[in-house]
Structures are given as structure tokens and as C-alpha cells.
Design a protein around this ligand. Structure first.
Ligand code: PRX
Length: 660
């Protein structure tokens, strides 16, 4: 141990107070924070690793258990069961338990639609809605364990539907409203849903998103879906299929509002959320009840320093894990007031966020670097007129935040007063893994700083050996944690192979990172074939298979290119079938095709037609060469394994032409 760095038993160094880097927590903030000093953080963190039983016994009291748990963890790699023997219900924890005290008539959700309408739901009202919805689902034949697909805009009903599923023990699978009919269908089939919940539409950038039409397309061929419940949002006429589709508002008139939350095993599945990986098919990440909910609640409390009087705004859509954990389960489990916004940050103007922060006096803002970069680009004139003095904490998630973005966020939005918490985590991890405790941890712009309680990260080389501080390597997690993924739905063998076997015995995150001399983690981004476009994960293999499904395409390889706005942008190398010729028109056609197959977020920014792709003798496409080519305009890396070395020269010419 050196003079400035303490070390836990697991070897993770924690900075000592005297080595305070750039931004120490403001005194007034620390004085009121749940965790007010680095020593407190260090003590708790150490306890979480060294005496997990004592630590989690105390922390798990944050939730309301119907049956107390007996065993902390049953770990049979890659399968974990946390809080074994315990029973609870996530919906009960997010609603019923708040009704007995002063939170009963407190706002649970404050919502603004894109066109400007406002709705507030108190805990009492949200509970009433969720109970009626749970009865509606029961009447529709849903029982515990059934899968329910939710394809809704960001309206309170999205939260209501999720909690109604949780109340019954049904497993929700929320599909982001930007995904295409084909993506919805794939998810419905993969999880075997028999119910879909959608809306007549939602508002985005002043236009109506045709959600119901897409669901209709998704269900055109036989699917196993018996019922489609449709929320009235826009009032547009939408095609309804008799016997299958029904309007939620009508149906709700026929159910009563009494519904007991079903006590469920701690390991009862709560949801499946699909995310992109390195294969052509998204993975259904399965989260269960007890450990997940506790991970969300604790991280919300300590990392966002959430207080009863706060209005908390996580801008993520509920279609992503951030929306699951920090719009719904974390804050509601704590009885917080959550702000929800339906639409786009630039509608009708780029000041929409700041206008709403002033109007509703929002206290905590949690958003993505992509949004921050967008606001930076738009310029301060959109921010300055607004009174942002209600803000006391800022958060960032989804991709590495560049120090300039961090500083701008801190200065222009936080007006120099608010700590900025850069939170690193993944769909698989369920809740935040590495982030500062805002009243305790000094921040360094661009670093996610230190691990959260119970999280044991390390940086290792390709063989799994720890690397010295300052050296870049793979980010791994060395022991299970409560909110970790429990399975990949429908392919249990993939769980071990994807996460737990490449570096034996530890969880492989797929991210690269380094640790500095203070033990701070600096995440540099994905080191596998997953791209991060505007904070959204996209598998290169998925886009490639979408491209290849077009009748004119023979082969495709997709790589990422650094993009000042989106973090990364997709560049596709495409070889066409014999007799086909590349053109601007075909490029647009292919972009449209990808949007149809996956969704608009996967549309390649650039498409390059090329006669060949660089391959090894065994036929594997060498994407690293393509990556190098788009990043530096040339290939200097090892080309000895190439089947045909002439490909490199041909490709360089293509890229050069495109640049001209
Ligand atoms: O590459 C990391 C990046 O986003 C990936 C996880 O994506 P997803 O499962 O969609 O979840 C996003 C929201 C949690 C990670 O593997 N990532 C997420 N947060 C950060 C980040 N990269 C750097 N810094 C972050 N704070």
C-alpha cells in the first residue's frame, strides 16, 4: 500500500482523502448527503466485500420482504441465486408500502407529453391504476411466469404496465418504440409472449409514431399472441383486429381496483430485456426480483443521493435498461417523485429540457453524453435563459463522457454547483457498477471513478492476468453481485460462453478500461463487435445480417467510426451480388432496409461498395483492418493472415474515393 492509496482485500485501490483530484464534492452537498465522506464510502465498500453477509443483511432492509431470506448467495458459476428463500413483490415495494405514510398523496410520476399536456399521478393513484391493470391482465389470461411484451411510448402507462406485470409475477419484455415490426416480432417469438401491450401511437419530434401499425405487421404471420391491449394516446384511428385487439380504457371499466401483490420468490423472473451482442441475434437478458430491485434501490439512494423531496429525471426511455432501473424500479422503490417526458429533446426547440427543468423544479437530471454533446453543439443561448437553480445533481450514462462534455455539463447545466456522476454499467449488470458517490467521491472528468458496494472490478490482459495501473486492458468483474443477469432467455449455455468463460471464473464486460494511480476507472468503450451509437448498443453482426438479407447484397462487414455527435457511427462495407452495381440510390435503399429490419438507430451512416472484403484463409472477415481503415484512412496492422493481400490496396482505394 502506498502513502496515498488504500487497498481492499480484493486488490481494488481506493484513493485516500489527501489525494483529492479535480472536483471534490461541494461541502454543502456532502453535509446533507447519504454518504458524506470518502472514508464512509471506503468503509462501506470494504465491508461489502469483506463481510458481505453483514453488509447485505443490513442493506436488504431497504426493501419490504414478505418472507425473509435465509442464504445470501448460492453461486454455481454462471448461475447465481441471491437472497435465497426470500419472498417479495417488486410492485408492492414500489407502491403499496408507500401508501401507509406521508408518501401516499405524494407525486410518484409527473409527466409531460411532447405536445405539452401534463399529468401527475400520486402514489395512491398509481397504485390504483396498477391494480386495475393487473386485474385486466389476469382477465386476459396472464398468470405468473407468462411473458408480456410492452411496446409503448414514454407515457405513464408504460410504467403502469410494467408494475402490473410485476404485481402478478408476469415477466415483462419492453421493446423500445424505435424498433421495427421485424424486431418486435423476433422478440415476441423469442420470449413466447401471448400478450402485447401497445398504443395507437406516440409523439416524437411532432410526428406520430405508428406503434399499433408496427405491432399489426409484427403479428401478421402466426405468433402465439392471443391479445393486444391498446392504450389510447393520440386518438388516431388505427386498425384493430376483432377478437384479438382491445382498447385498454374500455376494458378497465370492467375490472375492479382490488389486487393483492403476489409474494414471489426472490429469484422469480421480473423481466427480459433484449440487447445486442456479438451474434446476429439480440440476447434476452433475464433479471429476477430480489437482487435486482435491491441493486436499483441502493444505487439510486447512494449514487443519486435521492431524497424524499427530490424530483428525479432520468431521461432514458423505458425501452432501455436505464429506464427500467432508474425511471421505474430504483426511484419508485424508494418512494421518490419521478419526472417522465414523452418526446424528443429538440422539440419544438433545443431548449425543451431546460424549460421543463425550470417549470417543474427538477432536482436531479440523469442523461446521456450524446444528449450533452447535442446541447453543446446547439450552443449556450438555448440554456442560459432558463432558471436551472433547482438542479442539485447531474448524472451521465451509456457511453464514455469526454472531459469537455463533462466540464460543459458541470458548468453550463450544473452552473458549477452540482456534482456530476458518470455511471458505468450495462443491461447485464442491472444497476450501476462504477460511479462516484456524489457527497463522497472526488470526480475526475471522464472517469466513472470507483466501484459501487459489492462490485469487484479489475483490469486484466487477454490471458486474464491483472495489468499494472495505467495499462489498458479488459474490464472484468471478479465476483457475482445482486442485480446481475441470471440468464440469457432461451439459451442458457450462452450465459457461460458469452460472459464467464473467455477469462475463466470472472465476468467479462466486453469493455476496455484502465485504472489510474488512485484506483479510478477510465472506461474506453467496447472491445468486442458491439458498437455504441448515441448510447445505444448495436451489434455489428446484427446489422450485417440485415444487410445480407437484401436481395442485392452478397456480403457485408460493419465497423464503427468515431463520431463527434453520436460517439460512434456505423460504416458498412458491402459487396454486391454478381450483376448489381452500387449507386447512391442503392445506398439509400439499403439504409431503409436496415431501418425496416432493425430500426432507425441501426441505419449505417456510410455505405461503401467494394469488390472484396479482407478475409483470413478460413474465411473470417478481418474487421480490425476495416476499422483501422475507416479510422486512419490506411492499413498498417498485421495483414499476414489475409487470404488475398491485394484486398488491402483495393479497399484503401475505395475508402479514398468515398472520402473525395
Ligand atoms: O460500453 C459500455 C457503455 O454501454 C455499454 C452497455 O450498454 P447497455 O447495455 O445498452 O446499457 C447502457 C446503459 C447502462 C457498456 O458496455 N457504457 C455505459 N455506461 C458507460 C459506458 N461507457 C463508458 N462510460 C459509461 N458511464
Amino acid at each position: 500500500m502506498n502513502a496515498t492509496t488504500a487497498s481492499t482485500d480484493s486488490g481494488t485501490p481506493v484513493p485516500s482523502a489527501e489525494k483529492c483530484p479535480a472536483f471534490p464534492p461541494p461541502h454543502e452537498f456532502s453535509a446533507r448527503a447519504h454518504l458524506g465522506s470518502l472514508e464512509d464510502y471506503r468503509r462501506l465498500y470494504r465491508e461489502s466485500l469483506e463481510s458481505p453477509m453483514t453488509f447485505w443483511r443490513r442493506m436488504s432492509a431497504e426493501l419490504d420482504w414478505k418472507e425473509p431470506w435465509k442464504e445470501l448467495l448460492a453461486w454455481d458459476l454462471p448461475h447465481a441465486r441471491w437472497f435465497v428463500g426470500g419472498q417479495l413483490n417488486a410492485s408492492y415495494n414500489c407502491l403499496d408500502r408507500h401508501l401507509a405514510g406521508p408518501r401516499c398523496h405524494k407525486a410518484a410520476i409527473v409527466w409531460e407529453g411532447e405536445p405539452g399536456e401534463v399529468r401527475t399521478l400520486t402514489y395512491r393513484q398509481l397504485h390504483w391504476e396498477v391494480c386495475r391493470w393487473a386485474n385486466l391482465l389476469s382477465r386476459s389470461g396472464v398468470v405468473d411466469g407468462d411473458r408480456v411484451v410492452i411496446y409503448l411510448p414514454m407515457i405513464p402507462e408504460a410504467v403502469i404496465a410494467m408494475l402490473a406485470c410485476a404485481r402478478l409475477g408476469a415477466v415483462h419484455s419492453v421493446v423500445f418504440g424505435g424498433f421495427s415490426a421485424k424486431s418486435i416480432r423476433d422478440r415476441i417469438l423469442d420470449c413466447g409472449a401471448k400478450i402485447v401491450i401497445t398504443a395507437d401511437g406516440g409523439y416524437r419530434k411532432g410526428k406520430i409514431v405508428p406503434l399499433k401499425e408496427r405491432v399489426n405487421d409484427a403479428l401478421e404471420a402466426p405468433s402465439g399472441v392471443e391479445r393486444v391491449l391498446v392504450v389510447r394516446r393520440t386518438g388516431e384511428r388505427v386498425p384493430m383486429r376483432a377478437g384479438r385487439d382491445c382498447w385498454v380504457d374500455k376494458e378497465l371499466k370492467q375490472v375492479d381496483a382490488r389486487s393483492e401483490a403476489k409474494p414471489l420468490d426472490s429469484e422469480h423472473p421480473l423481466y427480459i430485456l433484449y440487447t445486442s451482442g456479438t451474434t446476429g441475434k439480440p440476447k434476452g437478458i433475464l433479471h429476477t426480483t430480489g437482487g435486482y430491485l435491491l441493486g436499483c434501490a441502493l444505487s439510486t439512494k447512494y449514487l443519486f443521493d435521492l431524497k424524499d423531496e427530490d424530483l428525479f429525471w432520468c431521461t432514458a426511455d423505458v425501452g432501455w435498461v436505464t429506464g427500467h432501473s432508474y425511471v421505474v424500479y430504483g426511484p419508485l422503490a424508494l418512494g421518490a417523485s419521478v419526472f417522465l417526458y414523452e418526446g424528443s429533446p429538440d422539440f419544438p426547440q433545443p431548449d425543451r429540457f431546460w424549460r421543463m427543468i425550470e417549470r417543474y423544479r427538477i432536482n436531479i437530471l440523469y442523461t446521456a453524453p450524446t444528449a450533452i454533446r447535442y446541447f453543446m453543439r446547439m450552443g449556450e443561448r438555448w440554456v442560459e435563459p432558463w432558471d436551472l437553480s433547482s438542479l442539485r445533481l447531474l448524472g451521465s450514462v451509456g457511453e464514455p463522457i469526454n472531459p469537455e462534455g463533462w466540464l460543459w455539463y458541470h458548468q453550463k447545466i450544473g452552473r458549477g454547483r452540482c456534482p456530476v456522476v458518470d455511471t458505468w454499467w450495462q443491461t447485464e449488470t442491472g444497476s450501476v457498477m462504477i460511479a462516484p458517490c456524489p457527497g463522497a467521491t472526488p470526480c475526475k472528468p471522464g472517469s466513472a471513478t470507483l466501484p459501487f458496494f459489492g462490485v469487484d472490478p479489475a483490469i486484466v490482459d487477454d490471458q486474464g492476468n491483472p495489468v499494472p495501473s495505467g495499462t489498458h486492458g479488459r474490464l472484468v468483474i471478479r465476483r457475482p453481485w445482486p442485480s446481475m443477469l441470471r440468464d440469457i432467455y432461451g439459451s442458457p449455455e450462452a450465459l457461460r460462453n458469452t460472459y464467464w468463460s473467455e477469462v475463466p471464473g470472472v465476468y467479462l464486460t466486453g469493455d476496455g478500461a484502465r485504472q489510474d494511480e488512485d484506483g479510478y476507472f477510465w472506461i474506453t468503450g467496447r472491445i468486442d463487435d458491439v458498437l455504441n451509437v448515441s448510447g445505444h448498443r448495436i451489434g455489428t453482426a446484427e446489422v450485417e445480417s440485415a444487410l445480407v438479407s437484401h436481395s442485392k447484397v452478397a456480403e457485408a462487414a460493419v465497423v464503427g467510426e468515431p463520431d463527434p455527435d453520436k460517439g460512434e457511427a456505423l460504416v458498412a462495407f458491402v459487396t454486391l451480388r454478381q450483376g448489381e452495381a452500387g449507386s447512391e440510390e442503392l445506398k439509400n435503399e439499403l439504409r431503409r432496409h436496415v431501418a425496416q429490419e432493425i430500426g432507425a438507430i441501426a441505419r449505417p451512416k456510410e455505405i461503401l461498395f467494394t469488390a472484396t472484403l479482407p478475409k483470413t484463409r478460413s474465411g473470417k472477415i478481418l474487421r480490425r483492418l476495416l476499422k483501422e481503415l475507416v479510422r486512419s484512412g490506411q492499413i498498417e496492422g498485421d495483414t499476414t493472415t489475409l487470404e488475398d493481400p491485394a484486398t488491402v490496396a483495393a479497399l484503401s482505394k475505395e475508402v479514398g474515393k468515398a472520402a473525395d
